[in-house]
Design a protein around this ligand. Sequence first.
Ligand code: FES
Length: 144
Amino acid sequence: MTNLTSNFEPNIVGFLCKWCAYTGADLAGTSRIKYPPNVTPIRVMCSGRVDPVLVMKALSSGADGVLIAGCHPGDCHYTSGNVKTIRRFKLLQRMLDQFGIERDRVRLEWVSASEGERYAQVVENMTETLRTLGPLNWNGGKEV
Ligand code: FES
């Protein structure tokens, strides 16, 4: 019997802070580190700019998972943007619970500009987790 999900490749939307995580992703590329191509990166000025509504919109528009990645605590270029991110992420997790979406589908990670290897590991790990969870196919909670 064929397992229909065996070839499943998750779509991951990555909101990456321009100053740290996006540059870390760039470094992973220029260093020719191999990692899964499943993340579609969206450059944001700060992880604190990622409104939970954007994450839910990505999930309802076909993403199987969302990665939010920013500067390590204490390194945010806007001083406390990522502190806001930590607070919002807790809210986001409760929203996921309300919609019955696994919390593992949305991840918050700190990646500095010099951590290309770490960025690749995060993507590798998240892709593997989502392969196990399977497709999300969430319509945004609309009645059908
Ligand atoms: S500038 Fe990177 S998280 Fe704020």
